[in-house]
Design a protein around this ligand. Structure first.
Ligand code: GLU
Length: 460
């Protein structure tokens, strides 16, 4: 069975890059009928970081990812780690090191002066004497002294690390008994039965240490997939300046979960030149060995493009539901179908859609100066009056096509082009020259309101 996990450090919110690795892990587990676990890496061991977990679960819920089983908190697993440290001590694979901080600093200084890489010199590795007084021991693991450690990475291929370049007998437990990061990650992944570790490639350099722990404890190694980071256009790591990093901000900004997940899966993974992936397709097609080797670039236009695709193809019922979060209540509006059809093609986000809707539903408070200048000419007054009269004389005005018909008649009578009526009418109805189709706008607000808005402009 494939078991994957998402193991965020508690930052109080779910990072967009985190959601990407969570999604990939989720897809791979679900595709194989496996399990997708959640572990909070609150290694300061002071308390369960439940608030952080809640923020993650909330974001998962919004996008529709679900984890299996209980949430594991590293802060509740201290005893487990201590047992495993003891195991290594008992089997001679780890040892107590009594080197003081001053000694360690002195060693570092010497090594740096000799232009060597600072590393612990294994002085307590085979120590059998009496421990120096007043010195609290840390626990170090016996790392290989030479050779290489090869990470067989499903994305990057075999990555070879020279032991002499990167390893020493590193600390697995501090003098106060608390275990260190790479030790707990390896122990947790092994005990939680994780078979496939999919994570950011900023963790690749931790992997040799974790492999040392796996081997010392006799655990079977998982498969590793290190996913390249998301970069901005300048090739730097994505930061708050490039776009929101908190997943829930994307909800606030009016993105749909479908678009966001589609966007994220394509950041670093592809299937031919296909751009649109439903969850079903992702589940059918995603394979971590197809993850790209190079960093992917965050591209807001792409996200907007995907979002408008999903908005355009969304049912009006669903749109109604989503718009409520943005303060637009349409459930009992009798023209909601026409309204949503008129705006869904024009908005990149739900926020834009909400703005468009409000611009239709709420009478403009004033008229855009530039629009007035461009759209309202000398002859416009007469044209609008003729149109108003034609409206008053028509009955059965319901659909956009009914209003369109009246416009056609007036245009024919006055022998003018459509623009001559369209532009001033647009200014009257919406206060500006952009927005949804006028036939739809009139059908939505009705004859009375249309006449009222025309009058308001004429008075202006
Ligand atoms: N806690 C780590 C992070 O948030 C992830 C560790 C891992 O996936 O192994 O970056």
């Amino acid at each position: 069975m494939i078991v994957t996990r998402f193991a965020p450090s508690p930052t109080g919110y779910l990072h967009i890059g985190g959601l990407r690795t969570a999604l990939l892990s989720y897809l791979w587990a679900r595709r194989n009928g496996g399990k997708f676990l959640l572990r909070i890496e609150d290694t300061d061991f002071s308390r369960n970081d439940e608030a952080a977990a809640l923020a993650i679960v909330e974001a998962f819920k919004w996008v529709g990812l679900e984890h299996d089983g209980v949430i594991e908190y590293q802060s509740s697993r201290l005893e487990i780690y201590q047992q495993h440290v003891q195991k290594l001590l008992d089997s001679g694979k780890a040892y107590k090191c009594y080197m003081s901080k001053e000694e360690l600093d002195a060693l570092r200084e010497e090594q740096t002066a000799r232009k060597e890489r600072p590393r612990y010199d294994n002085r307590y590795r085979d120590f059998t004497g009496t421990p120096p007084e007043g010195c609290e021991a840390v626990i170090r693991i016996k790392a290989p002294l030479e050779g290489t450690i090869v990470v067989h990475d499903g994305v990057k291929g075999d990555v070879v690390f020279n032991v002499s370049d990167i390893l020493d007998d590193f600390i697995i437990a501090r003098s106060d008994g608390t275990p260190t990061y790479n030790f707990v990650v390896a122990v947790d992944d092994a005990l939680m039965g994780v078979t496939d570790v999919i994570r950011g490639d900023d963790h690749l350099s931790n992997t040799p240490k974790q492999i040392v722990v796996y081997r010392a404890l006799g655990f079977e190694l998982p498969r590793f997939f290190h996913v390249p980071m998301i970069h901005n256009h300048d090739g730097k790591k994505l930061s708050k300046r490039d776009g929101a990093t908190d997943v829930m901000m994307y909800k606030t900004m009016g993105y749909t979960p479908e678009a966001l997940l589609n966007f994220l899966v394509r950041l670093g993974w592809s299937h031919g030149d296909q751009e649109i992936f439903s969850m079903e397709e992702m589940l059918e097609l995603f394979d971590p060995s197809d993850i790209n080797r190079s960093a992917s670039v965050y591209n807001t236009e792409k996200l907007d493009w995907l979002n408008s695709h999903y908005l355009k193809n969304m049912s009006n019922e669903k749109l109604c539901e989503l718009l409520e979060f943005h303060g637009v209540m349409l459930v009992s509006h009798d023209k909601k179908e026409i309204l949503l059809d008129a705006v869904k093609e024009r908005a990149k986000t739900l926020v834009e859609m909400a703005t468009l809707i409000n611009e239709v539903l709420v009478r403009p408070l004033d008229f855009d100066e530039a629009a007035l200048k461009k759209g309202y000419k000398e002859e416009s007054k007469g044209i609008l009056e003729a149109f108003a009269t034609a409206l008053k004389n028509s009955s059965e005005l319901h659909l956009p096509s009914d209003y369109h018909h009246v416009m056609e008649t007036v245009v024919a009578q006055l022998e003018i082009g459509f623009g001559k009526i369209g532009q001033p009418l647009r200014v009257a109805l919406l206060g500006k020259l952009s927005g949804p189709g006028l036939d739809s706008v009139m059908a939505i607000i009705g004859v009375e309101e249309t006449l009222a808005r025309i009058n308001a402009l004429l008075k202006h």
